[in-house]
Design a protein around this ligand. Structure first.
Ligand code: ATP
Length: 405
């Protein structure tokens, strides 16, 4: 199959030109070059191509000085993994060396060696991402489809390349669900069975790798369909056993939509809110979520542990240090009774303050000394117990407390 026409039709003019120049140049340098991965998948689906990924059978950073000087190529970044980001004709392009990957153990990062395009396609996650199109002039647009990716694009299937794929790299479980939700593709039967069998390997992933995958899911336009699939496959329970079963993930997202939390963090707030109280801090440690989210977790625990029939003072004490965001999030899902306590705190207890100070007390004849502090604190406690008082009432109460002492 040759996609020469599709390249011309689907790519923007500058993208097309940039790829043509790169193909020509790499050809002159004697190396094969291919469009790969999401670029070719999206081209074939006639979706907008946002990233241009090119594989060359050489380390691209060693080729930069060989470009014809008539083309301005800016190297934006170079990484130790033989990949580099360049800009040509104002187009960002990711160049990577064809590689082979070996996974020493499940969930660990792979050992990488330089290789051919054929091996490079073999290390990929799904057949729809394992397609390439040659950009060297003699074979311009020729598709390399070693894993029946074209057939899967047609039948709308996400399919792994081999049965050990999820075990090698359990982040592919999240990726599989993400592509399925994003593209509206179903999981090929064997892939579905394997995914269900391999969910347990999620436990081998580091917290950071899991968090990255979840944040990516949340950056998708079709987050909701992806979350439905996450619920369907009960993925959460494999991230931590303290999560409830059932379609809770998507339900909780809907409950929290009106709360202003940056999109990139919302997923983490949802997860922390969903887990059982006594498992919450363990999840935060497992996902390595840092101080801000640890505080959020502790705050939710404080809220959830308030007894419904607590006194006003107890409610005040329990919530006084709790952040507003934790109260807003909890307000969306706790019981009606507990919500009443949150309302009492937010609308009344939190607003209570003394409108008098030591000067006022000395003004009514109370002598300078520790008594002043005691009386002010007693008035404050009284208001927390029984409701706010006006300034004259606070002064009257101070005088009464002084008289009683
Ligand atoms: P997107 O549209 O989400 O950017 P993409 O396919 O470009 O999709 P990337 O995460 O940028 O996705 O990865 C680029 C390519 O690298 C993928 O198409 C896939 O072939 C390969 N790839 C990425 N992550 C993995 C992985 N964990 N295992 C195997 N191959 C992977």
């Amino acid at each position: 199959m040759n996609i020469e026409n599709l390249l011309e039709k689907t790519l923007t003019k500058p993208q097309y030109k940039a790829i043509k120049i790169l193909g020509d140049q790499f050809h002159k340098m004697g190396t094969r070059a291919f469009l790969v991965g999401g670029t070719i998948r999206d081209l074939l689906l006639e979706r907008e191509v946002s990233d241009i990924d090119i594989i060359v059978e050489s380390d691209p950073s060693n080729l930069m000085h060989k470009f014809d000087p008539q083309y301005q190529i800016d190297v934006i970044s170079n990484s130790q993994f033989s990949t580099c980001k360049i800009k040509i004709l104002n187009q960002a392009v990711d160049l990577a060396m064809a590689r082979e990957e070996i996974y020493p153990t499940s969930g660990a990062l792979p050992v990488v060696t330089s290789s051919s395009i054929e091996d490079d396609l073999g290390r990929r996650d799904f057949s729809i991402n394992a397609l390439a199109a040659c950009i060297n002039p003699p074979n311009w647009g020729e598709v390399l489809d070693l894993y029946r990716g074209l057939e899967d694009l047609q039948s709308k299937h996400v399919r792994i390349l081999h049965s050990g794929s999820f075990k090698d790299d359990p982040t592919r479980i999240f990726r599989c669900i993400r592509y399925s939700g994003r593209l509206g593709f179903s999981l090929e039967d064997g892939t579905r069975t394997q995914l269900l069998e391999d969910l347990t390997y999620i436990t081998l992933l580091s917290g950071v790798r899991i968090t990255n995958e979840l944040v990516k899911i949340y950056s998708e336009k079709s987050t909701n369909s992806i979350l439905d699939l996450m619920d369907q496959f009960e993925v959460l329970g494999h991230i931590h056993p303290g999560f409830p079963k059932g379609p809770e993930f998507s339900k909780r997202k809907k409950l929290l939509t009106d709360i202003s939390i940056p999109t990139s963090e919302l997923v983490l707030y949802i997860l922390i809110s969903l887990i059982q109280t006594d498992q919450r801090m363990d999840l935060i440690k497992r996902l390595d979520l840092g101080n801000k989210l640890s505080k959020f977790g502790r705050d939710l625990n404080r809220i959830e542990l308030i007894e419904v029939s607590s006194s006003r003072t107890k409610i005040y004490k329990q919530l006084t240090e709790v952040s507003e965001i934790a109260i807003s999030v909890a307000d969306a899902y706790v019981s009606k009774e507990l919500r009443r306590n949150l309302k009492l705190f937010t609308n009344e207890l939190k607003t209570i303050s003394l409108c008098i100070d030591g000067e006022d007390l000395m003004g009514i004849g109370i002598p300078h000394g520790p008594k002043i502090g005691d009386i002010l604190s007693k008035i404050f406690t009284h208001m927390i117990n029984s409701g706010p008082l006006s300034k004259p009432d606070q002064i009257r109460m101070a005088s009464k407390f002084f008289g009683d002492s």
